[in-house]
Ligand binder design. Structure first.
Ligand code: C5P
Length: 242
């Protein structure tokens, strides 16, 4: 059972380790879960992982591995050895790749959550047709990839809060949904298109919420994080999951 605090993942989208550390120090004990993407991972030469681990923070390593089974599995072994709580791979890498990732990384860290990326939200229907010559709609493709991820032993997928419910219906309620595109009513939309409030996202089946700028760019990130957590708790209560 995850608490409201455990369900909020702050996206550390910073170009330097110093900027990331400044935020983590400012927020302090109020937040445990941080997402590290390519920008910060590469700019910090991976050192941000050790820093967060030493602070007893949970890490979502958002590097979206996508390669042949052996190469991807070895990258996953790295993630498992770093003791990250969650990392992700592209489900379009195929069943063989995902199964190998699960097999190798769970030997080292059976408790980490391996999350699939289905269709990147930057792609629209036209891109799907052009890239894959696909006769399927974006939603059908995303649901199919989520199902492949589930059948390959992955623990969940990254998805929009608007898709969380249908993914749970197709893949089961234990299959985790990790959702960016979350905006409290008091925050700016920025470049996110299909947003949902933290409370509604939880009620719609999101297990983990990835929140960046509403907290990281806020004048008072501590208060902003508290307000998001409160909304998550409200959503959990209304959904009867706490
Ligand atoms: O600042 P904001 O809350 O929009 O940050 C959302 C985070 O989630 C960013 O790190 C972004 O790259 C990531 N993300 C996303 N949409 C996806 C996948 C990841 O916004 N489909």
């Amino acid at each position: 059972m995850f608490t409201a605090k455990d369900r909020m993942i702050i996206a550390l989208d910073f170009p330097t380790i110093d900027k990331a550390i400044e935020l983590v120090e400012k927020i302090g004990a109020g937040v445990t879960f941080y997402k590290v993407g390519l920008e910060l991972f590469l700019n910090s030469k991976g050192e941000i992982i050790e820093y967060l681990a030493n602070k007893n923070k949970k890490i979502f390593l958002d590097l979206k591995f996508h390669d042949i089974p052996n190469t991807t599995a070895m990258a996953s072994v790295f993630a498992a050895k770093q003791n990250v709580f969650m990392f992700n791979v592209h489900a379009s890498g195929g069943t063989k790749m995902m199964k190998k990732v699960v097999e190798e990384s769970k030997k080292i860290n059976p408790d980490n959550l391996i999350i699939g990326v289905t269709v990147l939200t930057s792609l629209g229907e036209e891109d799907i047709k052009e890239t894959f010559e696909s006769k399927f709609t974006l939603k059908e493709l995303a649901l199919n990839l989520a199902n492949l991820a589930k059948n390959s032993g992955l623990d969940g997928v990254v998805c929009s809060p608007w898709e969380a419910r249908s993914i749970k219906e197709k893949c089961g309620k234990e299959f985790k949904t990790v959702c960016p595109g979350v905006r409290p009513k008091w925050a700016a939309t920025n470049d996110q298109q299909r947003i949902m409030t933290p409370k509604d996202a939880i009620k719609n089946g999101c297990d983990f919420l990835v929140v960046g700028r509403p907290i990281t760019k806020n004048e008072d990130p501590v208060k902003a994080a508290q307000m998001v957590e409160e909304e998550i708790l409200e959503g959990m209560k209304e959904a009867g999951i706490c």
